[in-house]
Design a protein around this ligand. Sequence first.
Ligand code: 4UW
Length: 543
Amino acid sequence: YPWWFSPETGIYCSKHPKITLPTYHFLDVVTFIFSHQHTGVSPALIDSSSGSSLSYSQLYSFVKSFASGLRQMGISQGDVVLFLLPNSIYYPVVFLGVLYAGAIVTTMNPLSSVGEIKKQVGDSKACHAFTGLEYVGKLQALGVPAVLVPENAVLDSKNEAFSVFYKLINGNVGLAPRPVIRQQDTAAIMYSSGTTGASKGVIITHRNFIAAVELFVRFEASQYEGSSLSNVYLDVLPLFHIYGLLLFVMGLFSLGSRIVVMKKFDVSEVVKAIEKYKVTHFPVVPPILTALTAKAKDGLAKQSLKSLKQVSSGAAPLSAKSIEDFVRTLPHVDLIQGYGMTETTAVGTRGFNTESLKKPSSIGLLAPNMQAKVVDWKTGSPLPPTSSGELWLRGPGIMNGYLNNADATMSTVDEEGWLHTGDIVYFDEDGYLYLQDRLKDAIKYKGFQIAPADLEGVLINHPEILDVAVAGVVDKESGEIPVAFVVRKHGSRILEDNVMDFVAAQVAPYKKVRKVVFTDSIPKSAAGKILRRELRKVLTSRL
Ligand code: 4UW
């Protein structure tokens, strides 16, 4: 066997050299990030539509002032603050400001429904919120006090509605004492459904974020020649999700790279932004990659993408056809894949621009300091390279458990510290990983997580539905779509549209049920657990 696999223990270690992580007990991720890079007039963040920007020194000073202001406002260490915010150049300011004040951020999609927000506020015990003008009504309905964050630096500076925000970023840094923050303290509560059940709060500590910045973002940059100062990244990924958050709110600032922030994905706007800001790096999810490839087939658009050096894709499977198409259309751009989870603080695997370019369908090599096992999910025995099984991960990115849910924590992270990912993978003979299937319930719609149990919880409240199950089915455009299997109550005549509208009124748009199958019974195990793989099989054969 190769040196990175031990047949005695069944443990795979990373092929990368081990990295020393900071061991100081008292260290927060904000101090860590800015200990690498924090001054200078070069832009840290640029708003793609208006071109307005924040320099590194502005960013650092705003973050410090914000933190101090928050404490004067009465937000204390350990308080939880909800982010119902779209992407903007101020998102990182507010996020890092809250963490620097010793408080905790819980993020969510700003398009979430009032019901979904209520649930998360209740579970996370958020006492304050940051939001945009478009979304504040939903928080008012719930009585959660909110500070409005501007979206357009130029237009909004004169708007009274943002006066608290402007006071916070331009306040006096020294007024409130700095809290003492330890690496082990909670920094964020991100929501994910994990392997089964409804979405749960993933507890991420300062130590998790520091490790992730170091092992994922800084390590990757160290593998390339030249300075990361000249790299320009385009951010269309949502900052409320771990993938975008780790890169664009944390890791890249420690490298001094430039980030162009786009509020919402639009392929023509993307092409324009890449040309205008000479973007070099573009992290995406598969549907964005496909759209970019299609656009680049037009020679003019392709010309505009000259500056692009690397596209990295993750969060959902990339089809062989998408890869082939991309490589043929944009041969000058390196395509790599990465893999991570909310529960691993995005640390997992990444491809590199060397030999991995010859393996574009691989999700890359195990990150430094991480260990893995590939486990036969029927027998529980660990498997050697080239055999597929469930991926288990262990290392410094692994979450500090699920909030208020000891059972889910115990069934996800075992007593030896292995996180059972619910993904089916194998290692090839060179140590590259390939993701083959998902053992868990989660549905990935355009890279967004949807917990079937969340939708089932909504549907079962329909007065004419007796029983229900939700499963994902492959979809060409979005990767996967949620399908509801519905058992109607006796005498009910509800139709597909009634069911879909019922859900749509209660969930964020990306979570909508997109197909309904009426059935007489839901296949369940003896213990009453829904057999989702069975359902998926039924559906595949029906279509
Ligand atoms: N191919 C197929 C992939 C892949 C994948 C993830 O929403 P979460 O919790 O988290 C994410 C994180 C994505 C990510 C992190 C760091 C990174 O470098 C990167 O690379 C570009 C991406 O999506 O969902 C976790 C689940 O999403 C699936 C997989 O099932 C995983 O358990 N997933 N990456 N490249 N599927």
